[in-house]
Design a binder for this molecule. Structure first.
Ligand code: PEP
Ligand code: MN
Length: 366
């Protein structure tokens, strides 16, 4: 997947120090008192630089609290003036962009439910033409990297070069402790495709609960993410939206204090030692691949041989034997059982695919 995006590096426009970029604030703006109280407490946490709040809330069913609308923007502007915090809100349509600009919001974000729809993203991008405001793009609800990248490209083509991706987890149908499964490989792949694209993690929407926030936030920093967006409310239990995942400013302060900020690179001795170990890994990976190629070559021969003798590809007894034998060898070698199962399964699927290809080839041998 090729990309052609032009992003301004984060330290060139925000947090030149390279410190983690922390956005905090309530899921929703509910009333003036809630906004001012929450903002006052958050403004006392030096690590936080931007105050968030949802003004228009995407709710599953009508009749639930759908946000304070324009009034919320007035409270947010007060927060900005009184507590010197930058502000950010979610926009889902051109009208939201217009209103956010009217009330001097500093950054806007496009939410997960909007990013799934290229029409909506395009309409927002259109409204952003000629406007110079940073735009934060959350991942779509479903694990679709192309949609996420596509939304970033649409915003970028509208002339916005201060863009940040936000990883907020993905809908996942299997049982999981998370509200939205992190599937870290997807944001990592986005970073690979779009080098230089800053990325924040939203542990609140990943976790959906408060006890997992710290490990997820720590993991974000350990994966070289640029910071976190975390829902904070002065009285989470009474929050009108996402009550179970919001924390108090006090809890946020504790959480930030516990985060370990590791260096991205070490001194020369560290780099040399690391290089040595990486060279060893490169060599082993090469050997691993050669062995796999040799195995698949023999699979080809077996395929030919079975075809000549009119024998079926899948022989369950043989496969069951392989599984139990390789599992016990692997476990004895200290490898993890579920990893072994997945690995053996992958090898088996590829072996069957190769043999099927041979069976389907024209020109019967007998
Ligand atoms: C939010 O940040 O409150 C929100 C609605 O998030 P998401 O779009 O990630 O669900
Ligand atoms: Mn929320």
């Amino acid at each position: 997947m090729g990309t052609n995006i032009n992003i301004l590096p984060l330290p060139e426009w925000f947090l030149a120090s390279g410190a983690p970029f922390i956005i905090a604030g309530p899921c929703s703006a509910e009333n003036e008192e809630q906004m001012m109280k929450t903002a006052e407490l958050i403004s006392q946490i030096p690590e936080v630089s931007v105050f968030r709040s949802g003004i228009w809330k995407p709710r599953s069913r009508p009749g639930e609290f759908e946000g304070a609308g324009e009034n919320g923007l007035k409270w947010l502007e007060k927060v900005k003036e009184k507590y010197a915090l930058k502000t950010t809100v979610e926009v889902a349509e051109p009208k939201h962009v217009e209103l956010a600009l009217k009330y001097n919001v500093d950054m806007i974000w496009i939410g997960a439910r909007t990013v799934v729809n290229p029409f909506s993203v395009q309409a927002i991008a259109q409204a952003l033409r000629g406007v110079d405001i940073p735009v934060l793009v959350k991942n779509p609800v479903n694990p679709d990297l192309k949609l996420w990248l596509g939304a970033i490209e649409r915003v970028n083509r509208a002339g916005i070069d201060r863009i940040i991706a936000i990883h907020r987890g993905f809908h996942y149908f299997e049982k999981s402790p998370f509200r939205n499964a992190p599937m870290w490989e997807i944001p990592i792949e986005l970073k690979r495709l779009a080098p230089g694209l800053p990325m924040l993690v939203d542990p609140s929407h990943i976790c959906g609960r408060t006890d997992l926030l710290l490990p997820v936030a720590q993991k974000a920093l350990d994966l070289e993410m640029d910071g976190i967006m975390i829902e904070t409310h002065f009285d989470p239990h009474r929050a009108l939206t996402d009550a179970s995942q919001q924390i108090t400013p006090e809890e946020l302060k504790n959480l930030l204090g516990q985060l370990e900020i590791r260096k991205k690179t070490g001194d020369i001795a560290f780099q040399n030692k690391l290089e040595e170990m990486r060279t060893e890994i490169d060599k082993l990976d090469g050997e691993l691949l050669q062995i796999l190629a040799r195995r698949m070559k023999i699979i080809d021969e077996i395929g030919d041989y079975k075809k000549e003798n009119r024998i079926t590809i899948l022989q369950m007894k043989r496969w069951a034997g392989i599984i139990s034998d390789r599992l016990s060898i692997g476990i004895n070698l200290g490898l993890e059982k579920s990893f072994l199962k997945r690995l053996l399964n992958l090898i088996h699927i590829e072996s069957i695919r190769l043999q099927t290809e041979i069976f389907n080839k024209k020109g019967k041998k007998n």
